[in-house]
Design a protein around this ligand. Structure first.
Ligand code: VGL
Ligand code: ZN
Length: 206
């Protein structure tokens, strides 16, 4: 299914973890993670031009985060606070009124889902997490893009469904790590079984 004349009122776009460390050259690079850029940027621009909310989640790990190998976790250090790896993929143009949610900032708590993220306002991490924030803004439908399909996109999608949002995964705007070859495929199956909708975003839908 491609999208023509979509009604985006009461929809928000959630861009998951499009950060340097998840892109080629980064500490935990998703193969071809950067290839989603044109579609993600088109989504951002389209949502912004339609007056819709754009939400950006980011991993914001302390240097000794529980998910790091040094602490017995599965991952090399990545998206560490204050490092270039934490920053957005450089080409990304982010609307000035976008909303930002950080996750994984507590040393002893792992957090894959954007719904575990907290709103960042005036440079401070607030107590407000994503689901109540979306409800405050009367959002019913979320479109999900970003990295990585088999981890944070999966977790964010399943939590969105759990929180009763109509959940649309933009399949050409996500990319997986595939530590095991079928991980992304399995994650997509799981998302679909739980009730996610899949669309392919046509870049020239403007
Ligand atoms: C992620 C592994 C560790 C992700 C975050 O954003 O998918 N994956 N931390
Ligand atoms: Zn992480």
């Amino acid at each position: 299914m491609t999208m023509t004349h979509v009604d985006l009122s009461d929809s928000a776009l959630i861009v998951v973890d499009f950060q340097n460390d998840f892109c080629p050259g980064g500490a935990l690079a998703v193969p071809h993670g950067d290839h989603i850029y044109p579609v993600v940027q088109n989504l951002i621009d389209r949502f912004h031009n339609a007056g819709c909310l754009t939400v950006f989640t980011r991993d914001y790990h302390p240097p000794h985060h529980i998910s790091f190998v040094s602490q017995g976790g599965p991952w090399p250090p990545h998206c560490v606070q204050g490092t270039p790896g934490f920053e957005f993929f450089p080409q990304l143009k982010i609307p000035p009124d976008a909303s930002h949610f950080f996750k994984g900032f507590q040393e002893h708590v792992d957090a894959y889902s954007g719904f575990e993220g907290h709103l960042v306002a005036d440079g401070h991490i607030t107590q407000l997490s994503l689901a109540p924030w979306l409800r405050q803004h009367d959002i019913q439908t979320v479109y999900i893009a970003g990295l990585a399909t088999d981890y944070c996109v999966r977790a964010t999608t399943l939590d969105a469904i759990q929180a009763n949002f109509e959940t649309i995964v933009v399949i050409n705007a996500i990319k997986g790590v595939n530590v095991h070859p079928r991980d992304s495929e399995n994650a997509l199956d799981e998302m679909k079984t739980q009730g996610a909708h899949f669309i392919e975003w046509a870049e020239d839908d403007g």
